[in-house]
Design a protein around this ligand. Structure first.
Ligand SMILES: [Zn+2]
Length: 338
């Protein structure tokens, strides 16, 4: 079956392979030992696997493109080879520690889509607090708006239910609700809710160090990583512009590119695409699952990306960059503009 898929993907490639691919990652970490939650390991790639991905594109003679170069290719239509652009969302410090040396070795550019609240230590990395609780505590209980929640964490089902419910409560909270909910759920377990942020997020000093290398682009990813579609337009604009302005202030350079938090149609649609354009970004990236096509020159604020951890290894990457799996997911459409 896989051999058949591979052959079919050679047929789809000329039409659905597009002119290039933007890849999405989060963290680079050595293989972890011990128990972990799948929601979080899905955000990770090892330095060895990252190297394999780079070699995959070298073997296929792709051009490695910075986001400025992606914009140039789309704006001018001039390029000889398909391109691959690497992007890392949020701003984890391990991208500098374990990812950067790999990119340096191959002279490959990459971008960090930075939440300014990461180095500003204003974002609670609740998904790591939650992981620790789920793996080490026998139970979790809290009360929200008069509703009691209780989960027995000694069984895998109980832990999964707790993970699902807490993620739902936190991810779709309004900024006002979020503070209350984080306090109610996590403060019984942690004195300092920002403990994981200090531990895992890039500091401004690290961001300055990394951006001194021309291989690295720092782009914006809002101030606090709220689902933008859930905010009123004024607040959404403040989130987008606030993140951009903080980075520009710290780095003394213009931020030209943007990535939507979460980036699926639930969190970023036409209103957000228009906002990103009005805020002056040259490009903005979603998590719509597709390659980039020439027609994206008219949709520079709705660029698709392939999330590497969801592809199932290099054979899955091959099916995606050849447009086989992406065309099935998108029901034959090439450009997803809403
Ligand atoms: Zn993000």
């Amino acid at each position: 079956m896989n051999a058949l898929k591979k052959i079919l993907s050679w047929i789809t490639r000329p039409i659905y392979g597009g002119i290039g691919t933007i890849l999405m990652f989060h963290r680079v970490v050595p293989a972890s030992l011990g128990k972990r939650r799948p929601e979080n390991t899905a955000l990770e790639i090892t330095p060895e696997a990252l190297e394999q991905v780079i070699r995959f594109f070298i073997e296929r003679k792709y051009e490695f493109a910075s986001l400025n170069r992606v914009h140039e290719i789309l704006a001018t239509g001039e390029h000889r080879r398909r391109f691959a652009a690497f992007t890392f969302d949020d701003g984890y410090a391990d991208v500098l520690v374990y990812g950067y040396p790999v990119f340096k070795k191959y002279n490959v550019p990459f971008a960090v889509n930075l939440i300014s609240g990461f180095p500003d230590r204003q974002v609670v990395l609740w998904w790591y607090l939650l992981e620790e609780i789920l793996l080490t505590r026998p139970e979790i209980h809290f009360e929200l708006e008069g509703v009691p929640y209780h989960f027995d964490l000694t069984s895998p089902q109980g832990a999964d239910q707790a993970a699902q419910q807490v993620r739902r409560l936190v991810k779709f909270a309004t900024p006002q609700e979020l503070e209350r909910r984080l306090q109610a759920i996590f403060s019984p377990h942690y004195d300092d809710l920002y403990q994981k942020t200090t531990e895992l997020a890039l500091s401004w000093e690290q961001v300055r160090r990394i951006v001194s290398d021309p291989l690295v682009t720092i782009s914006a990813h809002t101030a606090h990583h709220y689902a933008l579609s859930k905010l009123d337009e004024t607040t959404a604009r403040e989130e987008i512009m606030g993140g951009k302005a903080r980075i520009e202030e710290e780095l003394q350079r213009e931020v030209r590119h943007f990535a939507y938090p979460y980036g699926s149609p639930n969190e970023a649609g036409r209103r957000e695409f228009a906002l990103a354009e009005k805020c002056g970004f040259q490009t903005a990236a979603t998590t719509r699952f597709a390659n980039v096509f020439r027609a994206h020159r008219k949709h520079l604020h709705a660029l698709p990306r392939l999330e590497i951890s969801r592809l199932g290894g290099l054979s899955g990457l091959e099916l995606a960059v050849n447009g086989f799996s992406t065309l099935r997911r998108n029901r034959m459409r090439r450009v997803i503009s809403e």
